[in-house]
Write a protein that binds this ligand. Structure first.
Ligand code: UDP
Length: 352
């Protein structure tokens, strides 16, 4: 008779989730728009946080509300540098890799540079995390779905697009980084979660590099025309950044999310034309809507995504909720911020 053999191994068991209470958590891109909200939420949840940012699009001003927090350290460095990535991961129990060059405007202007920067930082961060055997949460992008059928489902193959077109280079780097994240984590026996972010909006987002909602808000407040690109029938779903940050941290703490790809965003779809009308109405603005041909703003061959809508079934199954804040309330908050009337972000105390 065969008796079951006792299992003995000196290798440590994989951690049950990327995040556990009281961890030292590194956040690459921690001074960015989404990164700074993630940093605030990590502090609220009691973690020690190391925000790392090269300030290429982030700003220390984004961390102003928590700058003096005793559990926060901030380093200005680029994780596209291997030594910086190693130093960050060696001093952490988990890394949330949010750093990246973002914005459709930048992608249109320098597709090769955007792709290379995002690919390099992912290579270094995931290799360093594997060497340190720490867990990773990576924020990938809904761009990897390309023109897939909506709602976008995590089980679908990625579709970065046509390599002669410039838009796909961003999706290609993000998809490559997803493979890297899973590959390194498997080899190291460390937990990994890949979150695919959909359009995220909220305080501190600038419209400098694309980003339709902050642009419409700024235009409405300044009395300028709202620039609707193309026919305005393309759709997006907009989630509030505070809810996105909470969802990311809930996923990072969820054992069921380990080794999975999970969409994070809102599933309330709105056309860009309707978004412009909503902003105009909430702002009580007389700004006209200026329909602008795509060819007037993007280089030839730069495609717009006609519809973007996530399936949130997996997110809901894993964390029990999904972003739901109403777009009207979000627009009101952004209008108040743009008019300088936004309430100051609540300061966090050491006990939070
Ligand atoms: N868009 C627009 N006017 C602008 C900026 C963007 O109509 O001033 C459109 C853009 O063509 C796209 C949508 O708004 O269809 C969302 O653009 P954004 O750059 O915010 O993000 P994307 O979803 O394209 O990554």
């Amino acid at each position: 008779m065969l008796l079951p053999m006792p299992v003995r191994s000196s290798a440590p068991l994989p951690a049950p989730a990327v995040l556990a209470p009281g961890m030292r958590v590194a956040v690459t891109g921690g001074a960015g728009f989404i990164g700074s909200h993630v940093v605030e939420e990590l502090l609220r949840r009691g973690h020690r946080v190391h925000a790392v940012d090269d300030l290429s699009s982030g700003s220390l001003a984004n961390l102003a509300a928590v700058a003096a927090h005793p559990r926060l350290a901030v380093t200005v460095a680029s994780v596209a540098d291997a030594r910086a990535a190693a130093a960050v991961c060696d001093a952490a129990d988990a890394v949330l890799h949010l750093a990246g060059v973002v914005g459709v405007r930048r992608l249109a202007d320098d597709p090769l540079g955007v792709m290379q920067a995002n690919q390099r930082s992912a290579e270094h961060v995931f290799a360093a995390a594997a060497a340190a055997r720490i867990g990773v949460l990576f924020t990938s992008s809904s761009e990897v779905y390309g023109r897939a059928r909506v709602p976008f489902d995590e089980g679908e193959p990625v579709q970065p697009g046509v390599p002669t077109g410039s838009r796909g280079s961003y999706a290609c780097a993000k998809a490559y980084a997803e493979w890297l994240a899973f590959g390194h984590a498997a080899r190291a026996g460390a937990p990994v979660v890949v979150a695919r972010l959909f359009n995220t909006v909220g305080p501190r987002q600038t419209g400098d590099h694309g980003m339709v909602l902050p642009r419409f808000v700024q235009q409405a407040v300044a009395g300028l025309p709202l620039t609707v690109y193309g026919d305005g029938r393309q759709t997006r779903c907009f989630a509030h950044v505070a809810e996105v940050a909470s969802a990311l941290l809930d996923l990072a703490a969820a054992p069921a999310a380990v080794g999975r790809i999970v969409n994070v965003g809102s599933d309330v779809e709105i056309s860009v034309r309707a978004l412009a009308e909503l902003v105009r109405a909430r702002a009580a603005s007389r700004s006209p809507i200026a329909v602008t041909p795509l060819a007037a703003v993007f280089p030839p061959g730069f495609e717009d995504v006609p519809r973007r809508l996530p399936s949130l079934a997996r997110l809901r199954a894993m964390v029990g909720w999904a972003p739901s804040r109403s777009l009207s309330a979000i627009v009101d908050e952004l209008l108040a911020e743009a008019r300088g009337a936004a309430p100051a972000a609540p300061a966090l105390t050491a006990s939070e």
